[in-house]
Design a protein around this ligand. Structure first.
Ligand SMILES: NC(=O)C1=CN([C@@H]2O[C@H](COP(=O)(O)OP(=O)(O)OC[C@H]3O[C@@H](n4cnc5c(N)ncnc54)[C@H](OP(=O)(O)O)[C@@H]3O)[C@@H](O)[C@H]2O)C=CC1
Ligand SMILES: N[C@@H](CC=O)C(=O)O
Length: 814
């Protein structure tokens, strides 16, 4: 078959491809339907291919249907045949001209003319003999055009007619003669050019054109993957993945991000509209992963089919096949039953009960087969509905749930499939959309899988991880939460199959790898979970800058990190808007008062219609602890180091002493109370002497005794007036004027802020409703347990919201 000429061809050095992996990419007819679609596909190729990859193409849009129509007209000798051929030629020529430069287009149109002449010759001879050859033009034109477009715009490319190498036994079985096909393919390929191969067509040992049947191009793609031992094969199509039920009729179906091979095969066999059993066949003995992705929304993660760990094996889906036949006969028992099931590729069967379920079109052939055995047979119209999942038949609870779900349906037989991946209900009537939706609801309602990434494994982060196993085991909303990522400033451990929560920190020590933000974000962008929650337990401003990217990807954040909540006003507002736009949830209740519910109180007052006028108190656990314990006997610096060791202070205690930490907390609360202000609006007394402010953390610890004299003087002055010293935050609004300050105050011994347990925070809130007698929240405001506990509380709250977000309702009718 002819090759593209050298008109407007890019050299190997000038190719514009970005990626380096060896892969097969298949584009279906709807993805190549017109100029815009083909240009989109060219963009995908540019981003996802390298030179020795293989691109498999179907015929453009409806071309195969048009060719079938021409065929029918030719067979019937219909007078409109010539018009139909002309229309087909015109649409191809228009497509070619719209995509290529003049000279390339002219060359392809000239070849097209010759093809049409060939048509006419075949029609004159005997079209019945050339049916497949005629149909093959769809893929041939598509491959030729794609290759020419790539040559012009992207990289050196070569198209190959699959009949030049792909040999199958016959059209019924479509079994590939692998050694021969592989050898012939090796002769055809030129690794320095991107190969475009025709899907759908092949030849037999006699060299006659054979098609690969329905969805043949998908099959072509996986055959190609097997022939070149590709690591991945992607079916770029018009849907963005495989769903837990047909999303066209089950609106609440969930995308299955990862499907184990066996389950995918069973789904294909039992009616999944995207997957077909034959497609997966060539990959049986290969480690190739198959991806289903949308060429119309290529940035959206699709479904990956391959070998995975436990989490991917928990997915369930529901599928159905209507218009079947249930055949009962003595001949379907024992070995003969087995033989019949194999011969007719029965959808399901039971050799003890003597029945098989087949497609209606197989009735005649089955009757003929039975005639040889001279046994009676009864046929009844039937349908099947199946719950499909990894080894579902071994799960008594799933079986029971499935039967319960179908208790009102007229189920004739329940069968556990031999491969153990499906529970099949045989019914004497077609499966309705209502039944499908309701069974799907029952089988998948608890199935949202939530990935959890923990950033920061220091003082608080470690405690959070230590508490995690108990939380996951005991809290219902966390049932499907999987720890999948652990991140520190230098290393990360991510595992889509889940990290063992009982040994998470050891695993991190052993397996974490250096990473950069680009890698981290790219992993997050492709995570295979329904939802992903990042728990930020870092003190890092840099990490807080990633929130926007998280939100843009619909990722949720629980943060103890105070940077994002106290970011400059515009940045903060933008973050809130991005989170809202992408329905990302963001909770940071531990950023103020650690585990104390002060944020809930403020939100609740506002949501109930109250107006806040004043918030004041002690917002620093560290400074509370220090001033409650400081009596002038033990040096202040000794107490500070003690607070550090107890995990009360910030990683750098100057964040506490400078008032910066309290300033952030006051800002976060004021924003929550509905006021727009920034850090600079809060006047803050810095308790760190000038000389200690800019030196390194280690130098600060060396020179920390320099703090002692200042605090001793402050204490003595207060004592002289029977007072004590406390670091107080005050925020008030009077006639729309905001006053916000933080300072070391001398308080009377009986002041409400003067008598706390060491480390307690106290928040005094005045509002329209709590005016003369303010509302008080008080309790430990820092420390490992309360902070890690507060983070768990936020995580539970987010997971509850995520689970209830998709609370589906059973439907009455669709
Ligand atoms: N102590 C308390 O009572 C409370 C603390 N908090 C907040 O909790 C957070 C954590 O505090 P704490 O555990 O004491 O801090 P630590 O310094 O003990 O631990 C910080 C952790 O964050 C990691 N980290 C730092 N920067 C980054 C980054 N850019 N990307 C990823 N990981 C990073 C560190 O990794 P590496 O080791 O590699 O540097 C370390 O694992 C702080 O924001 C603090 O304000 C909030 C409420 C109460
Ligand atoms: N260092 C902080 C910790 C909690 O935010 C404090 O002491 O309050």
């Amino acid at each position: 078959m002819e090759q593209s000429s050298n008109a407007a061809v890019l050299s190997a050095e000038n190719n514009q491809l970005v990626k380096q992996a060896v892969q097969v990419h298949k584009f279906g007819g709807s993805s190549l339907a017109n100029k815009a679609c083909i240009e989109r596909v060219v963009g995908i190729i540019q981003q996802h291919c390298q030179l020795n990859d293989i691109v498999v193409v179907s015929a453009n849009g409806n071309t195969t249907d048009d060719l079938f129509a021409v065929l029918a007209l030719a067979k019937s000798g219909d007078a409109s045949l010539n018009d139909a051929i002309l229309a087909l030629k015109e649409s191809q020529a228009t497509l070619i001209a719209s995509l290529l430069n003049k000279s390339s287009a002219a060359r392809l149109i000239e070849i097209l003319d010759k093809d049409i002449q060939q048509f006419l010759t075949w029609i004159d001879l005997d079209i019945a003999k050339f049916e497949n050859d005629l149909l093959a033009f769809g893929e041939l034109w598509s491959a030729r055009l794609m290759s020419a477009v790539l040559n012009e715009r992207v990289c050196p490319s070569r198209y190959i007619d699959a009949r030049d190498f792909l040999v199958i036994n016959n059209e019924r079985d479509c079994q590939v003669l692998y050694p021969l096909s592989e050898k012939q393919l090796a002769h055809c390929r030129q690794p320095e050019k991107l190969t475009v191969v025709t899907g759908y067509i092949s030849k037999d040992a006699d060299g006659l054109t054979k098609t690969l049947g329905r969805n043949g191009s998908d099959y072509s793609a996986t055959i190609m993957a097997a022939l070149v031992r590709a690591s991945n094969v992607t079916l770029w199509t018009d849907v963005d993945g495989i769903y837990s039920a047909d999303p066209r009729v089950v609106p609440h179906s969930r995308k299955l991000h990862r499907l184990p091979n066996g389950v995918a095969k069973e789904l294909g066999r039992l009616g999944n509209p995207v997957l077909h059993a034959k497609t997966l066949q060539p990959l049986t003995n290969h480690s190739t992963h198959l991806h289903v992705a949308s060429s119309f929304a290529f940035e959206v993660g699709g479904t990956e089919i391959g070998t995975f760990g436990q989490i991917a094996k928990q997915e369930l889906s529901v599928t159905y096949l209507n218009d079947l036949l249930l055949a009962r006969s003595e001949s379907f028992t024992g070995d003969r039953g087995q033989e019949a099931a194999q011969e007719f590729e029965a959808i399901t069967y039971d050799v003890e009960k003597g029945f098989i379920v087949i497609y209606q079109h197989q009735q005649k052939a089955l009757s003929q087969w039975l005639a040889c055995h001279d046994t009676e047979v009864s046929f009844i119209p039937a349908a099947i509905m199946a719950t499909v999942g990894h080894k579902v038949v071994e799960h008594g609870d799933i079986k029971a749930r499935y039967k319960r779900s179908l208790k009102d349906a007229n189920v004739l037989e329940f069968v556990s499939s031999e491969n153990k991946h499906s529970l099949i209900a045989v019914m004497p009537q077609n499966c309705t959309i209502e039944l499908l939706n309701n069974v799907h609801y029952d089988m998948t309602k608890d199935a949202r899988h939530i990935g959890l990434v923990v950033a920061g494994l220091g003082n608080i982060g470690q405690r959070f991880i230590e508490m995690l196993p108990h939380q996951l085991n005991s809290i219902h909303a966390l049932e499907n939460v999987h720890l999948v990522g652990l991140v520190t400033s230098k290393k990360a451990l991510v595992n889509n199959d889940g990290i063992d929560v009982n040994h998470a920190l050891e695993q991190f020590e052993q397996y974490a790898q250096p990473y950069d933000n680009e890698q981290f974000l790219s992993w997050l962008a492709n995570h295979p979970y329904d939802e992903l929650v990042v728990v930020d337990i870092t003190p890092s401003e840099q990490f807080s800058h990633l929130y926007r990217a998280f939100f843009e990807q619909g990722i949720h954040v629980v943060g103890a990190n105070k940077w994002a909540g106290s970011a400059p006003t515009q940045q903060y507002i933008q973050l809130l808007e991005t989170a809202k736009k992408h329905q990302s949830l963001w909770l940071g209740n531990t950023t103020v008062g650690a585990g104390l519910p002060i944020n809930h109180v403020i939100k609740d007052l506002l949501n109930s219609g109250d107006t806040i006028t004043e918030i004041s108190g002690i917002f620093s656990g560290t400074l509370s602890w220090l001033f409650e314990n400081y009596d002038g006997e033990t040096p202040f610096s000794t107490l500070l180091l003690d607070a550090l060791n107890q995990g009360l202070t910030e990683p750098d205690p100057r964040e506490d002493l400078s008032g910066r930490d309290v300033q952030r907390k006051l800002l976060i609360l004021a924003r929550m109370a509905g006021f727009e202000l920034s850090l600079e609006d809060i006047h803050c007394q810095n308790l760190v002497p000038e000389a200690l402010r800019t030196i390194s953390k280690n130098e600060f610890f060396n020179q920390v005794p320099q703090l002692d004299d200042y605090f001793l003087v402050q204490l003595q002055q207060a004592k002289q007036q029977q007072k004590c010293i406390r670091y107080i935050a005050r925020f008030s609004v009077e006639e729309e004027k905001i006053n916000a300050s933080i300072s070391l105050e001398q308080l009377a011994q009986d002041d409400a802020f003067a008598n706390l347990s060491a480390c307690d925070n106290i928040f005094q809130v005045k509002s329209q409703w709590y005016d003369t007698n303010p509302l008080i929240v008080r309790g430990p405001g820092a420390g490992r347990d309360v902070t890690a506990g507060g983070l768990h509380s936020d995580l539970v709250s987010i997971c509850q919201q995520l689970v209830s977000r998709t609370n589906q309702v059973k439907i009455k009718s669709v």
